[in-house]
Design a protein around this ligand. Structure first.
Ligand SMILES: Cc1cc2nc3c(=O)[nH]c(=O)nc-3n(C[C@H](O)[C@H](O)[C@H](O)COP(=O)(O)OP(=O)(O)OC[C@H]3O[C@@H](n4cnc5c(N)ncnc54)[C@H](O)[C@@H]3O)c2cc1C
Length: 394
C-alpha cells in the first residue's frame, strides 16, 4: 500500500507553488476550461519544467530525467493537475523517449532525447492507417531499402498534431513474407522531408487536432531505424502501454469532480442544479467511481514500486477513466443546460476562474467521445483484460 509522509507533502507543496508561480493566468484558465493550449504555450511550459530540472519525471537521470519513484511521479502529476497545468505533449516524453533510451542506438539517444526534454522538437505518432486501427498489424505503409536509406510510401491517419511536428515515429512494413507483426519496423522521419504531405481533419469540436499524413517515397537514412528491423511491433506494444497510462489522466477527472461540485452550487435564477435529487445522485456516483479509480491507480502504483504488474493495469485504468470522463462531461452539460452550447475557440480568453469552469464544456464533451477510441479502443482494452485474466487462470 502507498503511504505519504512529511517529505511527500513538502514535495507536493513545492510542485503546486512552482506551477502557480510559473503558469500565466490565461493558460491556467484555458486548462481549467478544457480549451487547448497552443504550441507556443505547451513548449513554454515544458521549457519551464525542464529548466527547473523536472523535464521528464519518469526518465532515468542518465538521460536527463528525474529518475523519480512512481510515487513521486504520481504526486508531481497530481499537483500539476490541481494547479491547472497543461498536460505535457505525450509523443516525445511518454512515447518515443522511453523507446529510444530502451531500444535506440547511442547516436539516437544523443540526437533525440535532449530536444524532447527541452521541447525543441515536436513529435507525432504515425501508427494508424485508413484500414489499420485496431488491427494495426495489417498496416501497409512500406519501407524499402535503397542503398543506405529506407524509402517510405503509404498513408497515416488520425495523426494528432502532425501539423506542429518536426518528426514522426512511424510503423512501416519492411518485410512482407513473414507473419504480419514480424515484418514491421519503427522508423523516424523528418516531417519537413520531400514527399511528406499533411492534410487537416477538423473534428466535431471544431478544432484542427488531427491529420492525414501522406508519405510519397520519403527517404529516411538507415540510421533512423529504431532498434532492429522487424522488431517494430515489440517497440510499439511497449510504447502503447505507456500511452494508455497517460490517457487515464486522473488529475483531469479530479478537476471534473471539482467543477461538478462548484457548478451544482451555483444559483442560476431558477435554483441550483444540485437542488435536483437526480443530479445530486449522479454527482455522488461520479465521486464514488472516481475514488475507486484512484484506489485502483494507487494499487497499480504499489505493484509497480514492487516491480510487479497487475493483469492489464494500463488497460483497466484507461477504460474506467475514459468512461468516467464522458459521464462527467455529459453531467456538466446537463447541469448547464443551454449554456453548455457555447463553442469557444482555442484563442478565446477566459476572464475569471469561475468563467473558466463554464466555458469549454461542449468542446470537451465532444472531443471526449474520442477518448474511448484513441490509444486502442475500449473494446480492444476489454479484450486485453479478458485474455489477461483467462491466461492468468490457465
Ligand atoms: C482523437 C484521436 C486521436 C488519435 N491520434 C492518433 C495518433 O496520433 N496517431 C495514431 O497513429 N493514431 C491515432 N488515432 C487513431 C486510433 O489509435 C484509432 O482510431 C484506434 O486505434 C481505432 O482504430 P480505427 O479508428 O481504425 O477503428 P476500427 O479499428 O475500425 O474499429 C471500429 C470499431 O470496431 C471495434 N473493434 C475493432 N476490432 C475489434 C475487436 N477485435 N473486438 C471488439 N471490437 C472491435 C472498435 O472498438 C471500434 O468501436 C487517434 C484517434 C482519435 C480518435
Amino acid at each position: 500500500m502507498i503511504t505519504f509522509d512529511q517529505e511527500d507533502i513538502a514535495f507536493a507543496n513545492e510542485v503546486f507553488s512552482f506551477a502557480r508561480q510559473h503558469l500565466g493566468s490565461n493558460l491556467r484558465r484555458k486548462v481549467a476550461s478544457e480549451l487547448r493550449p497552443d504550441k507556443a504555450e505547451s513548449v513554454a511550459w515544458q521549457k519551464a519544467l525542464w529548466k527547473r530540472g523536472w523535464g521528464a519525471p519518469a526518465w532515468p537521470t542518465q538521460y536527463g530525467g528525474c529518475g523519480w519513484s512512481l510515487k513521486r511521479q504520481y504526486i508531481f502529476k497530481r499537483e500539476l493537475g490541481r494547479a491547472f497545468a497543461p498536460d505535457p505533449s505525450p509523443f516525445g516524453l511518454q512515447m518515443i523517449g522511453p523507446v529510444v533510451y530502451t531500444f535506440g542506438s547511442p547516436e539516437q539517444k544523443e540526437q533525440y532525447l535532449p530536444s524532447i526534454l527541452s521541447a525543441d522538437t515536436w513529435w507525432c505518432q504515425g501508427f494508424s492507417e485508413p484500414n489499420s486501427g485496431s488491427d494495426l498489424a495489417s498496416l501497409t505503409t512500406q519501407a524499402r531499402v535503397d542503398g543506405d536509406t529506407y524509402v517510405i510510401s503509404g498513408q497515416k491517419i488520425w495523426t494528432s498534431l502532425a501539423h506542429w511536428a518536426d518528426k514522426m515515429f512511424c510503423l512501416a512494413r519492411t518485410e512482407r513474407s513473414l507473419k504480419p507483426q514480424a515484418g514491421i519496423s519503427m522508423l523516424v522521419l523528418d516531417m519537413h522531408a520531400p514527399g511528406v504531405t499533411v492534410r487537416p481533419i477538423i473534428t466535431i469540436d471544431g478544432h484542427h487536432h488531427l491529420n492525414e499524413v501522406f508519405l510519397d517515397n520519403v527517404r529516411v537514412p538507415k540510421a533512423n531505424l529504431i532498434g532492429e528491423p522487424g522488431k517494430g511491433w515489440t517497440y510499439a506494444k511497449f510504447l502503447l502501454g505507456n500511452e494508455r497510462i497517460g490517457i487515464a489522466n486522473i488529475p483531469r477527472l479530479r478537476r471534473r469532480m471539482d467543477a461538478l461540485r462548484q457548478l451544482g452550487a451555483i444559483e442560476f435564477g431558477g435554483g441550483r442544479p444540485a437542488d435536483d435529487v437526480s443530479i445530486r445522485r449522479a454527482i455522488s456516483e461520479f465521486e464514488v467511481d472516481l475514488v475507486s479509480l484512484e484506489q485502483a491507480e494507487l494499487r497499480a502504483l504499489a505493484r509497480g514500486e514492487e516491480n510487479s504488474s497487475g493483469i492489464a493495469d494500463a488497460s483497466i485504468l484507461k477504460v474506467q477513466a475514459t468512461e468516467l470522463l464522458q459521464r462527467g462531461d455529459a453531467l456538466l452539460a446537463r447541469m448547464l443546460g443551454a449554456r453548455s452550447a457555447i463553442m469557444p475557440s482555442s484563442e478565446s480568453r477566459v476572464t475569471s476562474d469561475e468563467g473558466a469552469m463554464l466555458w469549454g464544456i461542449m468542446p470537451a464533451l465532444l472531443h471526449g467521445r474520442a477518448s474511448t477510441i484513441y490509444g486502442g479502443s475500449n473494446e480492444i482494452q476489454r479484450n486485453i483484460i479478458a485474455s489477461g485474466i483467462l491466461d492468468a487462470n490457465g
